[in-house]
Design a protein. Structure first.
Ligand SMILES: NC(=O)c1ccc[n+]([C@@H]2O[C@H](COP(=O)([O-])OP(=O)(O)OC[C@H]3O[C@@H](n4cnc5c(N)ncnc54)[C@H](O)[C@@H]3O)[C@@H](O)[C@H]2O)c1
Length: 377
């Protein structure tokens, strides 16, 4: 169903004449689209313009269409991805629809920035990889943490370490709503039909069961959902920082699948992984790498409060028998803006995104192995 936004006026003017302004259509206009993506694109008016919105909720698209001055509004993603007003698609609807929308957008010759997880099963990942190769458009996975300057500086420091002895990846956070409800206003459709609300959940469950195989317990399903949702950020950043581990040594879930622990084998060292979601309104996500004379830590805060610093801590031997420590915040700016800047460069300079579909497959493989080990303990 398409909805006409009568109040739509002239497209937003850009301060400097753009060489190429990419017209973006959003599929899924919920929290992440409203709190993170829209303000990030608003900050980059010479590169992007949001020209179309799609959400299953007519109320959400109508209200946002007015607020953001966007003309093309629809409740059917196929209309959006085939629209002549759209060059690139942001996929930000529930996980279970990511593969379908990405495949339809790629088939229509559109570039795609797909929120994590790119998809749920390896079957879907294979389809996306084949479609992307066929149409030669950019498909980038929304792992914004990997575009943060503090993360990139941390990677350089770790690369220069003579030997790594140990590493840790942690993500212990409070429920997002504890932070979102007191820092943002999100337009939602509380009256959305039950059948539409449930469609994502049912699909999600079917795809998770396909990914896990066998007859997974509810706790294992929940653990896999945590891996797809939260741990995908941590594990993909771990891979960029340290490489792909040789294998998963151990993995277990507890607390109804909401608390996970694992150990990754990197040969000369082990990387310990720990994650959990509780009801304390804080966000402790970090990657920490230990050499014998230097420790490097990259610390993230909640993405829901824009521009929260991503910090880099370095602790080392000061060569005089003491300790030197540096707590730095290499630049201001939000990782979501950096992610869109990289997307722009990838499109205009014909580059392969570092967070592309093939890169994402490593995460699915590690999740599969972690889930296999979780069945055993
Ligand atoms: N990168 C990050 O840090 C980050 C943070 C939060 C969420 N996300 C990802 O973004 C995605 C959306 O999360 P959210 O928190 O915004 O969820 P949300 O529930 O707030 O929003 C989802 C929106 O999609 C709409 N929708 C549902 N089915 C649809 C369909 N078939 N077609 C079009 N629209 C549909 C819903 O009506 C809703 O408005 C998820 O995949 C999530 O993993 C990423």
């Amino acid at each position: 169903m398409s909805i006409k936004n009568e109040e739509q006026a002239v497209p937003q003017a850009s301060a400097s004449a753009p060489e190429l302004r990419i017209r973006v259509g959003f599929v899924g206009c919920g929290e992440v689209a409203q709190i993170m993506h829209w303000p990030s694109l608003f900050q980059l008016p010479d590169r992007f313009e949001v020209t179309a919105l799609c959400d299953v909720s007519p109320l959400v698209v109508e209200q946002l269409g007015k607020a953001w001055n966007v003309a093309t509004l629809t409740t059917d993603h196929r209309e959006l991805v085939t629209s002549d007003d759209v060059d690139a698609v942001l996929v930000a609807n529930p996980n279970a629809f990511h593969a379908e929308v990405t495949l339809d957008a790629v088939a229509a010759g559109k570039h795609v920035l797909v929120e994590k997880p790119m998809c749920i099963t390896r079957r879907e990942a294979k389809q996306i990889i084949a479609a992307q190769k066929d149409r030669r458009v950019v498909v980038q996975v929304g792992y914004m943490r990997r575009y943060a300057p503090a993360f990139l500086d941390g990677c350089e420091l770790v690369k220069a370490m003579p030997a790594i002895k140990f590493a840790r990846v942690r993500d212990l956070i409070g429920l997002n709503s504890l932070i979102v409800n007191s820092t943002s206003r999100v337009i939602r459709d509380e009256q959305l039909q039950e059948s539409l609300k449930n469609e994502g959940k049912l699909r999600d469950q079917a795809l998770i069961d396909e990914a896990l195989g066998g007859d997974p317990s509810p706790d294992l399903r929940q653990a896999y959902a945590v891996m797809l949702g939260l741990s995908s950020h941590d594990i993909s950043a771990m891979r960029e920082l340290l490489g792909v581990p040789r294998k998963v040594l151990f993995a277990a879930q507890r607390g109804g699948g909401r608390y996970l622990a694992a150990a990754f084998d990197y040969g000369p060292f082990v990387c310990q992984f720990e994650t959990g979601i509780d009801k304390i309104a804080r966000f402790d996500a970090h990657l920490e790498v230990y050499g014998s004379q230097k420790v490097v830590r990259i610390q993230y805060d909640t993405p829901y409060v824009r521009n929260s610093p991503v910090r880099l801590f370095v602790t080392e031997d000061n060569q005089r028998g003491g300790v030197a420590s540096l707590d730095s915040h290499p630049s201001w700016g939000d990782p979501f803006v950096a992610e869109w800047q990289a997307f722009y460069e990838n499109i205009t300079q014909n580059k392969v995104p570092k967070t592309g579909p093939e890169d994402f497959v490593h995460d699915l493989e590690l999740f599969g192995e972690m889930a296999r080990l979780m069945r055993e303990v």
